[in-house]
Design a protein around this ligand. Structure first.
Ligand SMILES: [Mn+2]
Length: 353
């Protein structure tokens, strides 16, 4: 519409006088893009609410893919406004993140970073200095923060999506998250959050389906209204039951951790079982990424674990030439293949304090 109007106007002005200068100075930047986390309901739901509020395109990435995605969109000359959601930073990528955003700001792109992962205070200062809009609270999940910041542009269905995201991030007991959950029947929200999560987890290799989920949620659909979600969730549940059996057989322990190498499912799907079945306060599951020469590591802490696991993992993974980080009781890392045993031993040691 806008383009057509401009064309018309140009034609009309040409008729009047040929010497009228072309409107070359008008800003060609019109595009809105949201880069969000693809691996869980908080990331997918954040992308959905941003889409509902501002339109535009969604790009879904995992932690290792986030820098490449930001780099790629920053070369888009049409980009006007970029939202980055639910993508925590680590020692390894935080400086590059600031640099990429600095370039975007120089190009007059509006950048909004919304997240709840632990962040280096120095990086917060750097981002504020270059005038990135920061919405950052480690006490509420990202979707709840997106909802809270932009609710005037969102439908009355949006709090439900935010409540589902809070549930799957274990943050439905926080001040804002719990208020949103209160609007709905708890069981109704739980089953929807769980079905959504199983559909996200089971479609990690199907980017089109994940984008379809973002669209459906942005159109105010409940997860249960999206075709075949329950059937798909049932298949996932059955797969998980098989993983439980395997963890019972293959899990090992050290003094402070239960751990297991996972061969035929995702590490993040198995790690809660490793934690629970080991009886330890910390569970570790790791899976080899054969082509990359690394292990993808998932770490979870029990309720009685008082150490901030994300901070320890960030430091240790960086020391070993990998990267990592996250929350106090749920975090992840990428560890070079030959260093995995060192990682386990050192991690176990650091938990002695
Ligand atoms: Mn999150």
């Amino acid at each position: 519409m806008v383009a057509a109007k401009t064309k018309k106007a140009t034609k009309a002005s040409k008729k009047i006088t040929k010497t009228t200068k072309k409107p070359t100075k008008t800003n060609p930047r019109t595009k809105v893009v949201c880069i969000s986390h693809k691996e869980d309901a908080d990331g997918i739901s954040s992308a959905a609410l941003i889409r509902q509020a501002f339109g535009g395109d969604s790009i879904l990435v995992d932690y290792p893919g986030q820098m490449e995605a930001i780099q790629k969109v920053s070369t888009d000359e049409k980009l006007k406004s970029l939202y980055i959601c639910d993508l925590g930073l680590s020692k390894k990528n935080q400086d590059e993140f600031v640099e990429l955003l600095r370039i975007l700001k120089k190009n007059h792109v509006t950048v909004t970073y919304i997240d709840h992962h632990d962040i280096d205070p120095k990086i917060v200062k750097d981002l504020e200095k270059i005038k990135v809009k920061m919405i950052h609270d480690i006490n509420e999940c990202t979707t709840v923060q997106v909802y809270n910041a932009f609710k005037s542009k969102l439908s009355d269905h949006a709090p439900f999506i935010a409540a589902c995201a809070a549930i799957t991030d274990y943050m439905e007991d926080r001040p804002l998250g719990s208020k949103l959950l209160q609007i709905y029947d708890r069981q109704f929200a739980l089953i929807n959050a769980t079905v959504l999560t199983y559909n996200i987890v089971g479609h990690q290799k199907d980017p089109d389906y994940l984008l379809y989920l973002v669209e459906e949620l942005a159109e105010s659909k409940f997860p249960h209204e999206i075709p075949n979600t329950f059937e798909f969730a049932q298949i996932q549940v059955e797969k998980l039951a098989l993983i439980i059996a395997k963890v019972k057989q293959g899990m090992k322990t050290m003094k402070n951790i239960g751990y297991m190498e996972i061969m035929d499912s995702g590490a993040s799907g198995a790690v809660n079982f490793v934690l629970g079945l080991s009886g330890k306060d910390v569970g570790v599951a790791y899976k080899e990424r054969v082509d990359h020469g690394i292990y993808a590591v998932s770490v979870r802490g029990s309720k009685s674990c008082k150490i901030h696991l994300g901070k320890i993992v960030n430091l240790l993974a960086t020391e070993l030439g990998g990267s990592g980080g996250g929350h106090d009781k749920a975090c992840g890392a990428v560890i070079p293949k030959p260093k995995i045993q060192t990682f386990l031993k050192e991690f176990n040691k650091k938990l002695n304090q």
